[in-house]
Design a protein around this ligand. Structure first.
Ligand code: WT7
Length: 659
């Protein structure tokens, strides 16, 4: 069934937009390929006209003078305009008479026996967000101050994010799976003085000790003035008498009236830290106007959102990643389609949890990652088959290339062969979808993210910026500015230019290798830098190496990606030990090092494979030969030229070290 030959055959299958989708969705925004092509050409032909029209669909407190000012690599969108992203997500719906419509549906993880469900209308959201915004103001947070948020997937996380946007305080959300060190790095870099957290978060029936992690981080963060703590699990936590405040006391005491600050279109909306090739994670900067317009517009088109048609949208991402920012909160609320947040794990209390949610809430749009789909496949068809999934209309995937087997399974078993799959390619830096099918227009091919979004001038080029012919691998670039492009790396202009703008003059370089096929469809081939994509989460190999060498036994470490059945890419570490530890090389030390990395960074960084070696293969100039290690980690015979290897015997030794 899943042998290589079938997957090659399946790659050539084309799936036209289904009749089921067309007839059930109500309005098809982009109904065919002619409409797609015409609109894409129009959007690139006169971007200012196109985006000006789109942006007029939003509320502006002060109109913009110019749609775009572009001095590569610096873009300013809707120049001179003032707006507020929270207003466009929440207040606007209330003012338009939709205050009683459901904005957020939330389902908690514990099921005893039924899960807790909360539904927040736009009016309730407006009140809660306003209270929280007033609480932040009372703690001394001012427009422009960065607020760090480290919470589980509870409604208050979305409320906290929107409260920051309301008063013009950029948020920096840290994924709850990260360790205290990660909090320290991010809070220091952002110079954040306020942290919002929970007593703990439910995950697979266990409590993740978020507050204790913040406490540990704060021993190294003397500048943090306040920690606002939401009670979620009821587990005991230590409250620092002057620094810590309970959410229910502090937020509960506030007025539910707090006007939205009119901020400049280019006012920073948030920082979101993501891994790069070198150094510590970088704070990607997104600003208000362009990000707001692009995420809401692309959410509408990619998922074909239509308000008041009974649509329910469920994205399984955590708000700690860009997917949660753009396609749970900011892109969804302006479209007036309820966005469903689920608190916990996909396999709690059993492996059918997502399908139970789809059935219970009549979910129409389901958006998840290939790694999750591969887990569902492994868990077996009985789980989805136990549930009524007939409400589904559109399926989405994001985070990494999807293998055709997983695509076909998703299509047949979840979508009953009648739901379009949108394979959305984008990045933290792009803010929103850059290459994706449109469900009513684009014929899909399993494994391809198909064609560029409106306003996106994506291409495959060589290092001189010349476009490459079909079926030739090259660099994925975007040649024109788009509204939600990153505006920089917080506090590091040089790194911003070096990472994205120096490889090909005048073009945004995404960091992915890709090709286009004969139909012009894009196929992402993977990262071209030292970033690995583990379960759809980006990790710098250097971060894992630094964590490894911080262990007393380790002298040197080299980390590479290797194929992994569920994660897509797993983490392989080659480690040399200090002289005192030479005899400790064995399974217990491997486990210890795995735990050490998980403790330093977070569980997502735990190496899948560790090999001890006395030497690492290096070139004469001392560079670790990573490609060689990748070949060894994946069990491939290396076809690499090894003439520059410092020590030829290293290769043989590394292979031997495989147990
Ligand atoms: C990297 C960005 C954007 C939200 C999730 C990840 C890879 C993402 C796809 C896709 C192939 C994909 C790329 C990209 N990627 N989506 N549909 N097909 N590859 O965000 O952590 O910023 O990672 O994820 O390699 O560069 P991120």
């Amino acid at each position: 069934m899943s042998d290589a030959i079938t997957s090659v055959l399946q790659e050539n299958r084309v799936f036209e937009p289904s009749e089921h989708f067309r007839t059930s969705i109500g309005t098809v925004h982009v109904p065919n390929m002619d409409a797609y092509r015409a609109e894409h050409a129009r959007s690139l032909g006169d971007p200012s006209k196109y985006w000006g029209e789109v942006a007029r669909g939003f509320h502006w407190m002060h109109p913009w003078q110019r749609v775009l000012e572009w001095n590569a690599p610096d873009a300013r969108w809707f120049v001179g305009g003032q707006t507020n992203a929270c207003f466009n997500c929440v207040d606007r719906q209330v003012e338009a008479g939709f205050g009683d419509d459901v904005a957020i549906i939330w389902e908690g993880e514990p099921c005893s026996p039924e899960p807790e469900v909360r539904r927040l209308t736009y009016r309730e959201l407006q009140r809660e967000v306003s209270r929280t915004a007033n609480a932040l103001l009372s703690m001394g947070v001012k427009c422009g101050d960065v607020v760090t948020i480290y919470m589980g997937m509870v409604p208050e996380l979305a409320i906290a994010v929107l409260a920051c946007a309301r008063i013009g305080a950029p948020h920096s959300v840290i994924f709850g799976g990260f360790a205290p060190n990660a909090i320290v790095d991010r809070v220091l870099d952002a110079q954040s003085k306020v942290i919002i957290t929970c007593d703990g978060a439910w995950r697979r029936g266990q409590v993740v000790p978020l507050k204790a992690n913040v406490d540990e981080a704060c021993t190294r963060l003397p500048e943090v003035r306040h920690v606002l703590v939401l009670r979620r699990t009821g587990r005991e936590v230590t409250m620092h008498p002057t620094r810590d405040l309970w959410w229910h006391e502090c937020v509960g005491a506030q007025s539910d009236d707090c006007p939205c600050a009119a901020v400049d279109s280019e006012h920073p909306l948030f920082l979101l830290y993501t891994s790069g090739s070198t150094g510590k994670p970088k704070g990607i900067v997104h600003t208000t106007g362009g990000y707001m317009v692009f995420t809401a517009h692309t959410a509408r088109l990619t998922f074909n959102l239509v308000p008041a048609r009974g649509q329910v949208y469920f994205c399984t991402a955590d708000l700690g990643w860009i997917t949660g920012h753009s396609y749970i909160v900011y892109g969804l609320l302006p479209n007036r389609v309820p966005t469903l947040m689920y608190e916990g794990a996909p396999n709690f209390p059993a492996e059918d949890r997502f399908w139970a949610i789809v059935e219970r809430h009549r979910v129409t749009h389901f958006y998840t990652a290939p790694t999750a789909i591969r887990s569902f496949m492994k868990w077996g068809d009985a789980h989805p088959q136990r549930h009524d999934l007939s409400s589904l209309l559109v399926l989405g995937t994001v985070g990494e290339p999807i293998n055709p087997e997983a695509w076909m399974w998703y299509h047949r078993t979840i979508g009953s062969s009648r739901c379009p799959i949108v394979d959305t390619m984008w990045q933290t830096e792009t803010g929103g979808h850059i290459i994706t099918p449109l469900p009513g227009a684009t014929p899909t091919v399993p494994g391809s993210c198909t064609l560029p979004m409106f306003g996106i001038d994506a291409a495959i080029v060589n290092e001189r910026g010349e476009e490459l012919p079909a079926n030739t691998g090259g660099l994925l670039v975007i040649r024109k500015p788009w509204p939600s492009m990153l505006r920089g790396i917080h506090g590091d202009r040089a790194r911003f230019i070096e990472t994205y703008w120096s490889k090909v003059p005048g073009m945004y370089v995404a960091g992915d290798g890709a090709r286009r096929d004969d139909r012009g469809y894009f196929w992402i081939m993977g990262r071209i830098d030292d970033v690995i994509n583990v379960s759809g989460h980006r990790l710098g190999t250097m971060e894992v190496e630094s964590a490894l060498v911080s262990h007393p036994a380790v002298v040197e470490a080299a980390v590479v990606g290797m194929p992994h059945e569920i994660k897509g890419t797993g983490i392989a570490a080659f480690v040399t030990l200090g002289p005192d530890f030479a005899n400790s090389a064995g399974a217990p030390l491997k486990r210890e090092l795995q735990e050490h990395v998980a403790h330093e960074i977070g569980a997502i960084a735990r190496p899948d494979m560790i090999r001890f070696t006395t030497l690492l293969p290096k070139t004469r100039s001392g560079k670790i030969m990573r490609r060689l290690l990748r070949d060894i980690a994946s069990g491939r015979e290396s076809r690499q030229d090894t003439t520059t290897l410092e020590d030829f015997s290293v290769l043989a030794k590394l292979r031997e070290s495989d147990e």
